[in-house]
Design a protein around this ligand. Sequence first.
Ligand code: RET
Ligand code: FE2
Length: 315
Amino acid sequence: MMIGQAALFHAGSARVKPRWRRVPVETVVFASLALVTLVVLGLGLPLPSLTIQVVLLGVLVGILGLPHGALDPLIARRAGLWRTRLGFAGFNMAYILVVVVVVLLWLIAPVASLVTFLLVSALHFGSDWNADRAPWLRFLAGFGLLSVPALSHPAQVSAAYVVLAGDGGAVVASVQEWLGPLALASLLLAALVALRHRAHESIEILLATMLALATEPLVFFLLYFCALHSVRHLKAGFQAERDGGRLSALMVMVYTVVPILVVGVVLVWLGPDGSLSEQILQVVFIGLAGLTVPHMIVVTYENRHRRALRAPDLS
Ligand SMILES: CC1=C(/C=C/C(C)=C/C=C/C(C)=C/C=O)C(C)(C)CCC1
Ligand SMILES: [Fe+2]
């Protein structure tokens, strides 16, 4: 019995990776970029101007952010949402319809849409941490992440919301600023909960909080969204589709390039309206809102499907 146990322990431990090797690559990428940014700020060196930040946002969200949603057709196939060619066509049509409806709703009721977008995004982003914990805890972390910038940089967040939703956007920013202390407490609670079993998540939460406090909101969002959120979901998606090989890569490329082309055509068609940075900000965030809704529906559906099969969450 003793020998059996020892052998079992030995065989098990040979497969267990040392602690530092279990740290996900996106944690290392995000933590390094966050630390460099914090040092640059600490040394009093300047960050790029607002126009450069907005252009960088447009380019990097396109290259690094969009691909993580481009995996949705594959996720949907795993979840059994489509099986045949006809099903695939139907899935695409339904997806595009949801995007169009969300964008139209934004144009009709911008402030309500902004608030809904922030709430939905809070749950979506908050689920990057403490994935097996209650939804309210995950929501609080996401709410904290999206509200701390309004506490530390109220003027910038207010200006961005006004570009996206008109004057009412400023009210949304002041409510978030007022809730700022609660936002900070939520992030610290999430970091504390994660500490026991997922120390790397605690580090991510603390660094994200520091970035949200110290840097311009768009720089904070860029670093979190492109270096952590998107990389994490892309990695999980490719891991789940490892047999897909070329097909997965092709799918991701097509579903990244097509929305960028559509946005380009729409922008040229509409012609200049306001400044270029305002237009980029609108396209990026209203576009993200449109894509987030079907993206979340697919991801949530797949998680339910996975849970029904009693397998761990991947996306
Ligand atoms: C507009 C805006 C913000 C909110 C952005 C949100 C809510 C983005 C959500 C994106 C999603 C959900 C992508 C899906 O994967 C900040 C950063 C608070 C401050 C600066 C202006
Ligand atoms: Fe996402």
